[in-house]
Design a protein around this ligand. Structure first.
Ligand SMILES: Cc1cc2nc3c(=O)[nH]c(=O)nc-3n(C[C@H](O)[C@H](O)[C@H](O)COP(=O)(O)OP(=O)(O)OC[C@H]3O[C@@H](n4cnc5c(N)ncnc54)[C@H](O)[C@@H]3O)c2cc1C
Length: 471
């Protein structure tokens, strides 16, 4: 874009949004120009912070006229560079940070209507005061915003019971790439009057429009929890125990998370204030949690009985139950600090994949052997959500090595190859962003590739919205 056109674009944006809504301040451009892990992005032309749907629509139209691309941004906690500009992209970041009002909470219909810039943690706090909850929990909930959670179709540790973001969004309002507003913010569980348009925007990573408002499906707030950490001989046993707990505890079971000895050792080595909490070595560990919103349910007894039965038949080697709120938090920290422990160890390669639950152990076994063949001694740290088949299959260099001896790509290819053989997905939770878009395209069948490109072309023929992501 030449200087004259750029000056006219800046002037128009300034006039449209004013000082609070439009910034070209270098510190703002730097802060919004890089992703959470500081791996992707470069400074945008400016950061737009509209305060209403009308302003978002006006920004989208103005950018369209000036051929300036738009990258929507929520909390910027995405892990694959979806919320920042690609190399060579000329565009703005459109931050939803000022559209952060909780518009309505309906305790009868169990819904909340919110602007897309609401931070998940703030929504949790507000809902708790009403005895309600949005059952979506993830490590970044203090920063991630509703629009971003929709954009990546976030999952988290409760997806097994409550589904992903797409299952929690009943309706939404979206500013489309031509500046038109689609008002689909309906609070309906049953709505079959045509294509399920709202689902199209879940996981679209801002490539089809800007979500400005959402109607979310709530649950009663849990009032009691029972949590245990179990040590198991292997992942096959973990799968059997997972199925056993599901059968024994039914809908009370909200999370079954797994991790291994390598991950635990890294977390204990690097993260302050962590305690091992279980004496018996695994090498596989399960974090199991029951929750209820119903008073007078003896959750501890239900969990204790299930655990006793699993200990008796020898599938579980050892188990520790949380006796207090503080102990529950400590057990969860062991699981939640897995990524941090590995990050602090040094370079790593992450793979966020999923396979059908019953294949999880076979997948991890085969993928581990495949990685070991490429680079003997590579440290394999699989952890994740046993209940929904999502594995963070992360690698650290062999003990004493600083890197992967230039075999990073070979390692990933070997692992994704095993994912494909197990009919899994190479992107379970974090979307594709700019990190995985080319890779994902390679895994698509010609039919699927054409469908995806057709959808993008139909909604955004000029490729104004977050180009270079998803397709
Ligand atoms: C410590 C940590 C733990 C995490 N744990 C999990 C986890 O357990 N499960 C999980 O799924 N993710 C997890 N994540 C990843 C991340 O938090 C999620 O992907 C989250 O959904 C991103 O929300 P955000 O508001 O930060 O979005 P951003 O990073 O700002 O954006 C993400 C994508 O959504 C698009 N977008 C943003 N706002 C809008 C909008 N209004 N309309 C349309 N598109 C929009 C962006 O363009 C981008 O493509 C974790 C991240 C961190 C740092």
């Amino acid at each position: 874009m030449d200087n004259r056109k750029l000056a006219s674009f800046y002037a128009a944006m300034g006039e449209l949004l004013g000082g609070r809504g439009w910034s070209t301040d270098p510190s703002d451009l730097a802060a919004h120009g890089r992703d959470w892990l500081d791996r992707y992005g470069h400074p945008p032309l400016g950061v737009a912070r509209p305060a209403s749907t009308g302003e978002v629509a006006a920004v989208v139209r103005l950018c369209g006229e000036h051929r300036v691309t738009i990258t929507p941004q929520g909390g910027n906690t995405g892990l694959n560079g979806g919320s920042v500009l690609n190399d060579g992209q000329v565009g703005i970041v459109l931050s939803l940070a000022r559209m952060n009002r909780i518009l309505a909470i309906d305790p009868v219909g169990l819904t909340a209507t919110v602007e897309a810039g609401v931070v998940l943690g703030a929504l949790h706090d507000e809902l708790a005061g009403h005895g309600l909850a949005l059952p979506l929990h993830l490590g970044a909930e203090g920063s991630a915003r509703i629009g971003g959670l929709i954009g990546t179709n976030a999952g988290g540790s409760h997806a097994m019971r409550h589904g992903m973001m797409q299952d929690l969004v009943l309706g939404m309002e979206v500013v489309l790439p031509d500046g038109e507003v689609w008002d689909g913010a309906r609070a309906l569980i049953k709505d079959n009057a045509g294509y399920q348009l709202r689902k199209l925007f879940c996981g679209a990573e801002g490539t089809l429009g800007v979500v400005t408002r959402a109607v979310l499906r709530l649950s009663p707030l849990p009032i009691a929890y029972a949590t245990a950490l179990l040590a198991l001989p292997d992942l096959e046993a973990a799968l059997r125990v997972g199925a056993f707990f599901r059968a024994r505890t039914g809908d009370l079971l909200t999370a079954i998370e797994f991790f291994g000895e390598i991950g635990l050792a890294l977390a204990l080595k690097h993260v302050e204030g962590l305690d091992r909490l279980i004496d018996t070595p695994g090498p596989t560990y399960l974090l199991v949690e029951l929750a209820t919103s119903v008073p007078d349910i003896a959750l501890d007894t239900i969990l204790e009985n299930a655990l006793a039965a699993a200990l008796e038949d020898g599938t579980v080697l050892d188990g520790v139950m949380a006796a207090s709120k503080a102990q529950r938090a400590s057990l969860w920290r062991l699981r939640e600090e897995m990524p941090e422990g590995q990050r602090l160890e040094g370079v790593q390669i992450k793979h966020d994949v999923s396979v059908p639950v019953a294949r999880l152990a076979a997948f991890i076994d085969e993928a581990s052997r495949a990685a070991e063949r490429v680079l003997p001694g590579v440290r394999i740290n699989p952890f994740g959500h046993l209940g929904d088949g999502n594995v963070h299959f992360n690698l650290s260099p062999a003990e004493g090595s600083r890197d992967f001896a230039g075999r990073d790509q070979q390692l990933s290819e070997a692992i994704y190859d095993v994912v494909t053989r197990h009919n899994g997905s190479m992107a379970a939770e974090h979307g594709l962003g700019q990190a995985k878009v080319a890779l994902a395209d390679g895994f698509r069948s010609p039919v699927e590739r054409a469908l995806m490109r057709g959808i993008k072309a139909a909604l955004d023929p000029r490729s104004v919205m977050n180009p270079g992501k998803v397709v």
